[in-house]
Design a protein around this ligand. Sequence first.
Ligand SMILES: N[C@@H](CCC(=O)N[C@@H](CS)C(=O)NCC(=O)O)C(=O)O
Length: 239
Amino acid sequence: MAEPEIHLYTAATMNGYKPVIFLEDAGVPYDLTPIDFARREQKAPDYMALNPNGRIPTIVDRGNGDFAVFESGAILWYLAEKYGRFLPEAPQARSETLQWLMFQMGGVGPMMGQAMYFQRIAAPNGQEVPFAITRYVEESRRLLEVLNTRLAGREWLAGDAYTIADMATYPWARAYPWAAVSIDGLDHLAAWFARIDARPAVQRALTIPKAQPAFWGAANPDDLLRENAARFASDVKGN
Ligand SMILES: N[C@@H](CCC(=O)N[C@@H](CS)C(=O)NCC(=O)O)C(=O)O
């Protein structure tokens, strides 16, 4: 059987799930190489030739001369254009989609990522920095409030249609328990979570390459907490 056009390098993280959510929902055939952070596969020279940032995700489009795309937002945008899905054609709706995609890439992801880092990696590895935790948790909450306001009276971030902006934002915002950010009072955001939680493609995607139920608030994350903290111990500078 012919190889699928899209080859995905990814791991079970918030950025890593984004292209999986697209590919599963669009029904695009793909194959996948899971990247093992414990073995630092994301820093291997062959991989960094595809992704100079040494992080996941990356896609290689065999249907386009093995063209490589890194940065999860750019990957979603590339796939949306290639397959004509989840990015509206109308200029204003398209711009709104890209505005909210950028808001995720420049705001929600980095801030929630730091909230997670200081609580889930730095602190259990001996670097407790309360100022940083407060700063990033509060900034994450502020950004979730911006999303909540945007979603008042709207089903999706860009308005009428589920787009790559929703796909990019969901894995981060929905991981509020892992970032220990409250969503109390953010009812529009919670309703948007429920709409996306219910999509069968999203349910499938969040198990590829493996499930991380603690991200989304499932009980008993102790094993994952320990395993995660140990896995990234060497990244905690100053130890
Ligand atoms: N802006 C990048 C961020 C990618 C990123 O930070 N990926 C993380 C996982 S969510 C990673 O590869 N971490 C491994 C490392 O830092 O070495 C994107 O959106 O693709």
